[in-house]
Design a protein around this ligand. Structure first.
Ligand code: AMP
Length: 607
């Protein structure tokens, strides 16, 4: 491919930065225009008419009339669209597909409507990332990015709309596949390897291509930290066969996808010297710094390590010898939100500047109970009128205050609560910059799975029925996301109350593990079955009295004895240690839970 002329690259970068300057300088005007555009285009849709907006496009009327909602409020509308109703229910433009969120409702992925033009908005956000990055790391255009990118399975709704994750939709779009040559989207992975539906073949071929172009790689990454660590783990397991393919310039017969083979063989040349080098490095006992050893020109690791992904920072630091960990953007299936304008900052200081052209943003103030054991957030599930009045606009948020993000999108979500809690960390011109604090209610997460307290509670309740024949119950429990194993896995600590005299065989506890997994949501089960991004769930039985000790400990740290409640998830290392020190036995789920693409109520979900 011809190299892009330097001047045009510089010009493109400058234009992108100018765009950021301009929309952040004029945030309020842009937001007003965005809302006006959305409401004018959708003035006649059923949802806005139902609420009596009556064609108004101004903020004041919109805020007065339209309710602040969650997914459950529009679930019936979404179901109608999914079942084939093509009338203008939420949006005047045709719904092109559903984006399946990793957030769930009733155990199934939420379905976010989207329209064709949203792809352009997403592409615009992507186009801002490298111009920002190049301000801090020069000459990235001189080499390649080794990114591990994957598609996931898709399903069809009963009405025939495709339902798939937003990134799968993006990678399969012409915006990605037919992107014009740009040194900043020059990846070591050919498109065919990214688009391969078989996760083994996709990972293998992407690693192979990354290894054989190792000197050209200037940055490495994946979307989330968990995905990048999975790639390293894959390398740990498969480096001998990868080296063999590099040595001989061949592709082993396990890689059967013809388009993957063709694209990889175009890159692969026999390179015994490189194969020997990789084998020597991978054969060393310590894998500390393996990234910088195998890809010596790497300047940073591009992965999201904010939110629950921060649990992977120590592992990433170990493998990359402390290379900068760069979080570039903040996005969701509902809408892409913003970019990090200071990407070389420490992970703990990352803040995202919301780009005012993406959607209309509002912010619901929240109060967080920042206890030792929990990051619990107190935000009411449904808002009364007074609470609805508390929402503020993008330019009106206050430094240091935490808010729940509420969006109105071009694709038909109106005052929709995303469920993320953000804190104002500063301002870029008039646009606020936010630290990502947490996703509301999520207690456990390994990859993109999000398990809340209610789901956990129901799963445990369901599982303990296996103990009934033994006259045993679970007196107390808590949980922990163990990310030291790769892939990480959920651990439940159980303190039993035993009344019967028959000992409980290990197989019963294993059944309990599986029963919990079966009742967790479909994103969790997909992670176990299809993505293999989550390991088997573990139950650890702790000695009697352990949870009393836990309470004593929390009280010694200042918790109030009257208000103390057993945390349903623990993160604080000394507490995890305390629990682990009193484990008497442990059990793992013996097999994967059931999972199939699509919602369980759709019958054509194996397309
Ligand atoms: P999904 O709906 O599956 O696309 O997931 C979107 C969610 O992932 C967001 O609402 C956040 O909770 C989380 N997320 C996305 N980007 C980031 C980020 N940069 N840092 C932390 N969490 C993120």
């Amino acid at each position: 491919m011809p190299e892009a002329p330097k001047s045009s690259l510089k010009q493109k970068n400058e234009e992108a930065l100018k765009f950021i300057e301009s929309v952040t300088e004029n945030s309020d005007e842009v937001q007003k225009r965005v809302l006006g555009e959305i409401l004018a285009a959708n003035a006649h849709v059923e949802y806005l008419q139902r609420h009596g907006l009556n064609g108004h496009t101004d903020r004041e009327t919109f805020k007065k009339i339209m309710p602040v909602i969650t997914y459950d409020n529009i679930h019936p509308d979404i179901n109608r669209i999914a079942n084939g109703d093509t009338s203008q229910i939420l949006c005047s433009k045709p719904i092109s597909e559903f984006l399946t969120s990793s957030g769930t409702s009733g155990g199934e992925r939420k379905l976010m409507p989207t329209i064709e033009e949203e792809l352009e908005r997403r592409s615009l956000l992507y186009s801002l990332l490298m111009p920002v990055m190049s301000q801090y790391v020069p000459e990235l255009e001189k080499g390649k990015g080794m990114y591990f990118l994957f598609i996931k399975s898709e399903a069809k709704t009963p009405g025939g709309l495709v339902a798939r994750p937003v990134l799968t939709s993006y990678y399969k779009s012409s915006h990605f596949k037919q992107r014009p040559y740009d040194p900043y989207t020059n990846y070591t992975s050919p498109n065919e390897t990214i688009l391969c539906p078989d996760s083994y073949q996709s990972m293998y071929s992407q690693l192979l291509c990354g290894l054989c172009q190792n000197k050209e790689v200037l940055r490495v990454g994946a979307v989330f930290a968990s995905g990048f660590i999975r790639a390293i783990r894959f390398l740990e397991k498969h480096w001998p066969i990868l080296c063999k393919d590099i040595e001989f310039g061949t592709l082993n017969p396990q890689i059967t996808d013809p388009s993957v083979r063709e694209s990889v063989l175009k890159i692969l040349k026999p390179d015994p010297k490189l194969a020997c080098f990789i084998a020597t490095e991978c054969g060393k006992k310590s894998w500390q710094g393996i990234i910088t050893r195998l890809w010596p020109n790497t300047k940073y690791v591009d992965v999201i390590v904010t939110g629950t992904m921060s649990q992977y920072i120590p592992t990433l630091d170990y493998y990359s010898n402390g290379l900068p960990l760069v979080c570039t953007m903040y996005a969701s299936s509902e809408c892409y939100f913003g970019v990090n304008l200071n990407p070389m900052c420490k992970p703990s200081e990352v803040s995202y500047t919301l780009i005012p052209t993406m959607c209309y943003f509002e912010f619901l103030p929240v109060n967080r109970n920042n206890g030792v054991n929990s990051d619990s957030v107190s935000v009411p599930e449904s808002l009364n009128e007074k609470e609805q009045q508390q929402l503020v606009d993008l330019v009106d948020v206050k430094l240091g205050q935490e808010y729940e993000l509420v969006v109105t999108t071009y694709a038909g979500l109106y005052r929709y609560r995303v469920g993320d809690v953000l804190r104002v960390a500063g301002f870029k011109n008039k646009a606020p910059q936010f630290n990502f604090i947490c996703r509301k209610n999520v207690v456990l997460s390994i990859d993109s799975d999000k398990t809340d307290e209610v789901e956990l509670q129901n799963a445990v309740k369901y599982a303990v029925t296996h103990l009934v024949p033994f006259d045993a119950t679970v007196a107390e429990y808590t949980s922990y996301a163990d990310t030291l194993t790769v892939p990480g896995h959920y651990v439940l600590f159980w303190e039993l109350s035993l009344n019967g005299s028959t000992p409980i065989p290990p197989s019963v506890f294993e059944d309990c593990c599986l029963a919990i997994e079966e009742s967790l949501n479909s994103v969790y089960r997909q992670g176990r079955v299809s993505d293999k991004s989550i390991g088997p769930l573990e139950i650890k039985i702790v000695e009697a009295g352990t949870f009393d000790k836990l309470m004593d400990y929390a009280i010694s740290l200042g918790a109030s004895i009257n208000q103390y409640k057993t945390p349903r998830c623990v993160k604080f290392a000394p507490i995890v240690e305390l629990l682990n020190s009193r484990v008497v036995s442990n059990y793992f789920s013996p097999k994967c839970p059931k999972w199939a693409p699509g919602h369980k109520q759709w019958c054509n979900n194996h397309d």
